[in-house]
Design a protein around this ligand. Structure first.
Ligand code: CTP
Length: 397
């Protein structure tokens, strides 16, 4: 992920969860973003400005009147430069201030003085979260376009169990990333991404499957979100946190994958078919657990439908994958033609499945070939999405 040249304001308010936001400030800075931290007086009781200052390598503003005489507009102009203002943790008090348009601390003042989109991650006692006043304020902020990261349920700082716990740092980061992507080159498009490996039941406790982790598909979904696309992510048996902002559709079998993908593609601009779909499924799975026979066991397998080949909606761009163990380019090109694809991403199956990196070759329907070289799957995914973006732009012109 690169956030070079991106400007984020982080408003921290008074909640014990402030310490968790240190991680978010660090991750955003490491990704290249400029992070300007503003803290309410309450926030400084829980954590020092020096912590954020050290991690972001930027001055932290805590006082409305700080440097006022020298640079009266300075702090307000922060809001004009920022592309997103993250408020985390957002206490009940800060949420009320934002909803009412008060401006009596740096966080609320900056939010009021700008049209920068807000991402708000509340954290508070669960009675406060459930209080009708807070509910109304949240509703108001949502109706004005703020993104609210609903607090999770769990043990709160008080020891009580309830809703009010700050969203996880990885989710907060995901929401900021989603917000930053909104104006990207794929804004206004819907992309369906499939990921993982299907499972075909043999009996109630056994199945046929493959070693796909879903990592490539999830990285593709994230890369498309980073470019502003609305993403439907159809996942078969993936044990990873989905990218923030993706509409997740879990499936298990090849038949379910076909059904879910066909439906999602009815209103999509592109399909990125990264899932490893089983080619065969047990013809008549046993309703009961199979018992040992004392000899061998023959399974009668039926061929599954080819998902990407069978979806033929005009105007839908199709990207397929070809994991090959030999004759990479020839096999991939034949698949591209057979399945009516616009782009096929070929890779060496021996080296890619389960590995953190991939050496991909892109082959387009016009015959052009591009070697991407070995790189982390996240980076390779960004390059595949860039190639797809190029094809989508070409289609539009
Ligand atoms: N695919 C699909 N439906 C299937 C099998 C594969 O949509 N039933 C898609 C995969 O998601 C991938 C592309 O087709 O994008 C190529 O998959 P691959 O398994 O390499 O090709 P197969 O057609 O299964 O050919 P083979 O297994 O013979 O190499």
């Amino acid at each position: 992920m690169s956030l070079h040249g991106r400007n984020v304001i982080l408003g921290v308010s008074g909640s014990i969860a402030a310490y968790k936001v240190v991680q978010v400030a660090r991750d955003l800075t490491q990704a290249g973003a400029r992070v300007d931290v503003l803290m309410t007086e309450g926030a400084t009781r829980f954590i020092t400005p020096l912590t954020f200052q050290t991690l972001t390598r930027r001055p932290v503003i805590t006082d409305l009147w700080q440097d006022w005489s020298e640079d009266a507009q300075g702090h307000i102009s922060l809001g004009e430069e920022a592309e997103v203002m993250l408020i985390a943790p957002a206490s009940a008090q800060t949420i009320a201030r934002l909803a009412l348009g008060l401006a009596d601390d740096m966080v609320s003042l900056t939010a009021l003085a700008t049209y920068t989109p807000l991402v708000i991650a509340p954290a508070m006692n669960y009675h406060m979260w459930e209080h009708p006043a807070t509910r109304e304020h949240i509703h108001t902020l949502e109706s004005r376009g703020a993104t609210i990261l609903s607090p999770g349920r769990g043990t709160l700082a008080s020891g009580a169990v309830g809703e009010g716990r700050l969203a996880k740092p990885v989710e907060i980061l995901g929401a900021v990333r989603w917000r930053l992507g909104r104006g990207g080159r794929l804004a206004g498009t819907r992309i369906v991404v499939t990921a993982g490996g299907t499972r075909e039941p043999i009996d109630p406790v056994r199945y046929l499957s493959n070693g796909s982790s879903g990592r490539m598909g999830y990285a593709l979904a994230q890369a498309a979100i980073d470019e502003g696309a609305d993403v439907t992510l159809i996942s078969a048996n993936v044990d990873l946190p989905p990218p923030w902002g993706a509409d997740g559709v879990p499936v298990t079998t090849a038949a379910q994958m076909l059904d879910a993908t066909s439906r999602a593609c009815e209103r999509a601009d592109a399909l990125v078919m990264a899932a490893a779909v089983s080619d065969y499924t047990p013809a008549s799975p046993s309703g009961q657990k199979l018992k040992k026979t004392g000899g061998g066991l023959a399974l009668d397998l039926a061929e599954t439908a080819d998902v990407v080949a069978s979806i033929t909606r005009p105007g839908l761009l199709k990207v397929g994958f070809a994991a090959e163990t030999e004759h990479l380019r020839e096999n991939a090109r034949a698949k591209l033609e057979r399945k009516g694809l616009d782009l096929i991403v070929a890779n060496d199956a021996n080296a890619t499945i389960g590995a953190p990196d991939a050496a991909l070759t892109l082959i387009r329907a016009d015959g052009s070939v591009e070697e991407l070289g070995r790189r982390p799957k996240e980076q390779a995914a960004e390059m595949v999405i860039a190639a797809l973006t190029g094809l989508m732009n070409r289609k539009d012109t």
